[in-house]
Design a protein around this ligand. Sequence first.
Ligand code: SF4
Ligand code: SF4
Length: 263
Amino acid sequence: MNLSRREFTKIGCKIIIGATAGAAIVEPFIINTVAAENSPVQGGYNWEEHFWGYVVDTRKCIGCGRCANACKLENKVPFDEEVYRTWIERYRVKKTSLETREEEVVIDSPDGGIEGFEDDIPAEEIKKAFFVPKICNHCDNPPCVQVCPVGATYTTKDGVVLVDYEYCIGCRYCIQGCPYGARYFNTEKGTADKCTWCYHRITKGLLPACVQACPTGARKFGDMKDKNSEVNKIIDEERINLLKPDLGTKPKVFYIGLDREVR
Ligand code: SF4
Ligand code: SF4
C-alpha cells in the first residue's frame, strides 16, 4: 500500500479514535515510517536534488553560545523557557583522585550555553575541558518519526526531519522517543518542536542560522549529493564519530574530535 503522509494521517487518526487500549495504537507506530510525498516548500526549490548533512568540529568550539542565541532569534524559540533547538554542552574531566583512582566528569549547559560558561572549578583541578554543540541529528532512522501516532513528524526527501504543526496533536510521544533530547514542547503552538536545520533558509540557498553565526567554523552544513561540498570532503577526509551510534538511528550530524566521554 502506497500512502501519502496525509492519507496515512487520516487512517492513523481513525485507528486511534477507535482504539480503547494501548495495543490498538501499536499498529500505526509500526507503519508510520512513510516520508512526506509533497514538499512543504513552494517555488523553485527541488528537494529531490539535495540531501543535507551537518558537521560539528568539537576541536573548534569555544563555547561562546552565539549559535544557540542565533537559533532562538531565528526560530522564535522562547528565551524565557529552558527549551532549545541547539545547545552547547561543556565537559570537564577532573584530574584523577589519587585516593579513589576515579575520574570525575562534570557536564553542564547553563541556559543552553547561550551566555557562555563560568569557571566554577579551579583550573588546577581540571585535566581536560571541551565543548560539544548539540542539535537534532536528523536521523536517517528516526525513532521520533516511528512513534508519532498521527504521522505529523516525517522525513523530507532531502533528509530533514520536520514536524507538521497542523497535524501534531501534542501527545509528546516523539519528545520521549528522541534519545538525544532534541525535541521540546512548544507551549505557544501546543505541538512538539525541534530544529529544522532552518528549512526556511536552506531551501533558499542560505545556511542554518547557527552555522552562519559560529565565529570559528565549528559548525558546517552542506549538500551530501554535491560531491564537492565541504561537508562531503570532511566526511571523506576526517575521522568522523556519531552520537550514540549503537542505537541504529543513523544520525546525519557528523562529529570531528569527539571525546570518548561524550554521551
Ligand atoms: S535527533 Fe531526535 S528529534 Fe532528531 S531525528 Fe533523531 S530522534 Fe528525531
Ligand atoms: S558559535 Fe561556534 S564556537 Fe560558539 S558555541 Fe556555537 S559552535 Fe561553539
